[in-house]
Design a binder for this molecule. Structure first.
Ligand SMILES: *[C@@H]1O[C@H](CO)[C@@H](O)[C@H](O)[C@H]1NC(C)=O
Ligand SMILES: *[C@@H]1O[C@H](CO)[C@@H](O)[C@H](O)[C@H]1NC(C)=O
Ligand SMILES: *[C@@H]1O[C@H](CO)[C@@H](O)[C@H](O)[C@H]1NC(C)=O
Ligand SMILES: *[C@@H]1O[C@H](CO)[C@@H](O)[C@H](O)[C@H]1NC(C)=O
Ligand SMILES: *[C@@H]1O[C@H](CO)[C@@H](O)[C@H](O)[C@H]1NC(C)=O
Ligand SMILES: *[C@@H]1O[C@H](CO)[C@@H](O)[C@H](O)[C@H]1NC(C)=O
Length: 639
């Protein structure tokens, strides 16, 4: 009937032979459509897996997280591969440090676990632009992403040639432990529904994977998702969380594509993602266990998404678009990706973890219960005072040559990936034959702006609140209008994926179009230059602040524990420790207050640690910040 079935026939024939010869040289991972099971080397195989993303965890902690997942009873780990991390610029590849995916795979292999690999190329994952590199927006035509467009496909193939060459030895049939490889990602949730693209992508995957691992797709719980997401001769699976009454309500959509085969939930949500200025969603352990038990009794295989979430360090978090409020539906995600997962952001085991472990033990999925320390002490490194350094209005902080243009340009057009762009224009007399106050209108604001007149703040605007106009008092003399635009993370899901940043349309003051514009980028991708800035007495916001400190001598002899940066009293900005971007902080937006800081980011005494904060809107009078031993991810929300 279809190819997998044919392959199964040969596999079984061979296994029988291999058994008699007592040698199992051929490694196979296939589907038994007659008995609704996976077969590994001819034997029934099921997995209970957990998602773990190497790109959200310091490399030094990968092994610890893998061992903890293994001890919970899981026999597999699922990971996305993030294109933007590995190909930051076209044709420039990075597989070092946190991008060392081969080392990550080796660690999983050492733990005796299998891998479900999800290379995308699009991955969603609550990451900036769904894992696509930002430069694709400057290389491809509009509406061409995730379609049969030749330019888009050319970049995908070039990237996959590099990636899949590295993945080949890890495929099960080649002696490795990758048993499944996912094609695309929830493609049924995307408007394009381009079958020519998915068939092309399938054949591209086949050219690397052949029959050395099983190809699969993952889509939402519904007919329409499966219709556009499933691909002929690729195993279609569903995803759903702990809120379903009966997991059959979702598995039935798998059966609309494959009338038989093992049931698979590729993303079973034991927690959920969270946005700024929204309460943190919680998922109850008892619901997780209830649905787990259903799936185990159906002999289903499933993957917890996430089992350990980790952190969106730097500017890596993405955003959602709420289609119910298209003008104000932009929902940027937090720096923390704790996810209310069984293992916390800092790697600690939760009640949820132990309830899952118990369930797997009782169901005989887990044979031996391992005892692990479930909590690592966190450090309270204390309070530090920061010195003001320089304002974004000072030339010393303007590292990139400004661009001049009649119309405002997007970040991507100027080849700016992250951070901020200051858009400046002179309000001349002929733009002021209008009565004051008048309305400043920045339609196409992506995503948040602070507005200044002659360097004095006069207001903020916010795409997420649909608030892109304000009343401005103007005078008859010449004035400078400055608009500092923040990229809060590119949309990662659904049909609004092409989320260019900056100012997309002309800016209007009354009925006048403003310009020309001088645009100065502050990508904050690099902070070493800040070491040349000397402390000053007072600084105008937005500005850089710095503290240099040596940890107490005792830490010469002990491992540096993890901690949390508590920016309470500060307003909104970005923090760096020893050149590492810890991520965006926004205690006033909530609900996330503290930023997770792994101990390995600090330097042991006598080395000097450098903490830098780029604060946008308000610093506390004493300019102090604390490292505390408890996270706060559920602080008050301001609207
Ligand atoms: C593996 O199986 C294939 C058929 O599926 C057979 O042609 C090949 O000789 C086998 N390899 C070994 C090393 O036995
Ligand atoms: C890409 O950026 C360059 C300038 O950096 C610009 O000239 C070009 O038009 C851009 N292309 C697209 C498709 O945006
Ligand atoms: C898909 O390919 C077929 C055959 O090449 C072509 O007729 C059809 O127009 C294509 N569809 C789209 C949406 O590009
Ligand atoms: C689940 O069951 C409850 C009570 O029977 C019902 O109110 C609810 O609508 C059901 N939810 C779904 C998604 O079917
Ligand atoms: C699950 O598998 C067992 C054999 O391992 C079998 O006895 C049972 O009938 C299966 N249950 C379902 C619902 O398929
Ligand atoms: C605004 O005017 C000042 C002083 O004439 C000039 O230096 C600056 O380049 C102008 N800015 C823009 C964006 O035209």
């Amino acid at each position: 009937m279809n190819l997998p079935r044919l392959r199964l026939f040969f596999t079984l024939a061979f296994c029988a032979l291999a058994d008699t010869l007592q040698t199992s040289i051929n490694r196979t991972f296939v589907i038994d459509y007659d008995n609704n099971e996976f077969l590994k080397d001819g034997q029934v195989f099921r997995y209970v897996s957990g998602s773990l993303h190497y790109f959200r965890i310091p490399k030094q902690y990968w092994k610890d997280r893998i061992i903890k997942m293994k001890a919970s009873g899981l026999n597999a780990i699922s990971t996305y591969v993030e294109w933007s991390l590995h190909e930051p610029f076209p044709g420039v590849y990075d597989f070092e440090g946190i991008a060392d995916i081969e080392y990550f795979l080796e660690l999983i292999k050492d733990a005796g676990m299998y891998v479900l690999l999800r290379p995308g190329p699009y991955i969603c994952a609550e990451r900036d632009f769904g894992g696509f590199p930002y430069w694709l927006l400057n290389k491809t035509q509009q509406k061409s992403l995730r379609t049969n467009d030749p330019t888009y496909k050319e970049y995908v193939k070039k990237w996959f040639d590099v990636l899949m060459d590295k993945m080949k030895p890890y495929l099960y049939g080649n002696g490795g432990h990758i048993i499944m490889v996912q094609v695309e990602n929830e493609y049924g949730s995307y408007f394009a529904c381009d079958k020519n693209y998915t068939l092309w992508l399938r054949d591209l995957f086949r050219s690397y994977v052949q029959d050395k691992a099983l190809l699969f797709t993952t889509d939402g719980c519904g007919t329409s998702y499966m219709k556009c997401g499933s691909i002929p001769e690729v195993y279609a699976t569903v995803d759903f969380g702990a809120s379903v009454n009966d997991s059959q309500d979702c598995f039935k959509y798998m059966r609309e594509v494959h009338h038989s085969g093992p049931l698979v939930n590729s993303e079973f949500y034991p927690g959920w993602l969270s946005h700024w200025q929204e309460p943190n969603p919680l998922v109850f352990s008892k619901d997780v266990v209830r649905v787990m038990k259903q799936m185990l009794s159906l002999n289903a295989s499933f993957n917890f998404y996430m089992f350990h979430g980790g952190t969106n360090f730097g500017f890596t978090s993405g955003a959602n678009m709420n289609l119910n409020t298209p003008d104000a539906g932009y929902e940027p995600q937090l720096t923390s990706y704790d996810y209310d997962a069984p293992i916390t952001e800092a790697g600690d085991l939760t009640e949820k973890y132990f309830m899952i472990q118990k369930t797997l033990f009782e169901s005989k999925f887990l044979i031996q219960n391992e005892i692990l320390p479930f909590w690592e002490p966190k450090a309270r490194y204390g309070e530090f005072v920061l010195n003001p350094l320089a304002s974004l209005f000072d030339e010393a902080t303007q590292r990139i040559k400004p661009v001049i243009s009649d119309s405002p340009l997007t970040f991507e057009f100027m080849d700016v990936n992250t951070g901020f762009v200051m858009y400046e224009t002179n309000l001349s007399h002929d733009q002021k034959d209008i009565f004051s106050p008048t309305i400043l209108n920045i339609t196409g604001l992506r995503d948040r702006a602070i507005i200044y007149k002659d360097n004095v703040k006069i207001g903020t605007m916010c795409r997420a609140k649909g608030n892109t106009t304000m009343s401005v008092n103007i005078s008859l003399s010449d004035e400078k209008l400055s608009i500092l635009v923040e990229n809060q993370g590119r949309v990662n899901y659904g049909s609004f994926l092409e989320d260019r940043k900056g100012i997309l349309h002309q800016v209007k003051l009354g009925n006048k179009t403003l310009g020309p514009w001088k645009m100065t980028a502050h990508p904050l991708n690099e902070t070493s230059w800040i070491s040349s800035l000397k402390p000053v007495k007072k600084v105008q916001l937005p500005a850089y602040f710095r503290s240099e400190f040596v940890l107490p001598d005792i830490y010469r002899y002990f491992k540096l524990s993890d901690t949390y940066l508590d920016p309470s009293g500060w307003t909104k900005g970005v923090a760096f420790l020893n050149g590492i971007n810890l991520g965006r902080y926004w205690p006033l937006g909530g609900p996330q207050v503290t930023l997770y800081v792994p101990g390995v980011f600090f330097l042991q005494p006598p080395a000097v640690n450098t903490l830098i904060m780029m604060e946008l809107e308000g610093a506390p009078a004493d300019l102090s910040v604390k490292f505390v031993d408890k996270p706060q991810l559920d602080g008050p929300i301001t609207l």
